[in-house]
Design a protein around this ligand. Sequence first.
Ligand code: IMP
Ligand code: MG
Length: 177
Amino acid sequence: MNSIKVLDKEFVPYLSEKEIQEKITVLAMQLNKDYAGKRPIFLSILNGSFLFTADLFKQITIEAEVCFIKLASYKGMSSSGNVITAIGLEANVSGRDIIILEDIIDTGKTLHHYLPQLLSSGPASVKIAVLLNKKEALQFPVQVDYTCFDIPNKFVVGYGLDYDGLGRNSKDIYQLK
Ligand code: IMP
Ligand code: MG
C-alpha cells in the first residue's frame, strides 16, 4: 500500500482491506448469534457508514432489516458545533431491537445528541456497533457495544470515511501523516 493525497493532506496506510473485512466477519458472526430470532433493525448513519453497513449486512444471516438516517456534525477535520439530522428516520422503531451502525466514534457528540431522539420512539433495545472507536477523543458519554477497531486520536480516511467529502472510495483506511 502506498500513501495517498486527499486535497492538501497526505495519508499513510493504516488498516488494510483484509484486516477490515476480517473484523467485519467476526462482528457479523457475533450479531447473528446475539440477535437470533429477534429481527433487529440495523440503523446506519450516513454518509460515512455506507460501506461498513453494506459489507456487514451481507454477512447477516438472521432475519433483519436495514434503514438509514443522515446525521452530520463534521466540517473538514473537526466537529462543527451542531448535530444536524439531514435525513430522518422513516422506520417505526417502537418495540424493535435497534443496532446503530457508525463508521467512527470520535467525540461522541453525534450519537450523544441523537440517542434521546431515538429512545423517545420506544425501541425495545438500542446497541451501538462501530467500525472505528477513537476512545481517547470521547467527550460526550456514549456506550459502544461492538467495536471492530480501537484507534488512536488521529484523523483517518477511506472505506467510507472522508476528508471534506473526498477519500471515501478506498478499500483500505489511511491515517493522516
Ligand atoms: P463525533 O460526533 O465527534 O463522534 O463524530 C462522529 C462523526 O465524525 C463520524 O460519524 C464521522 O463521520 C466523523 N469523523 C470523526 N472522526 C473522523 C475521522 O478521523 N475521519 C473522518 N471522519 C471522521
Ligand atoms: Mg459518520
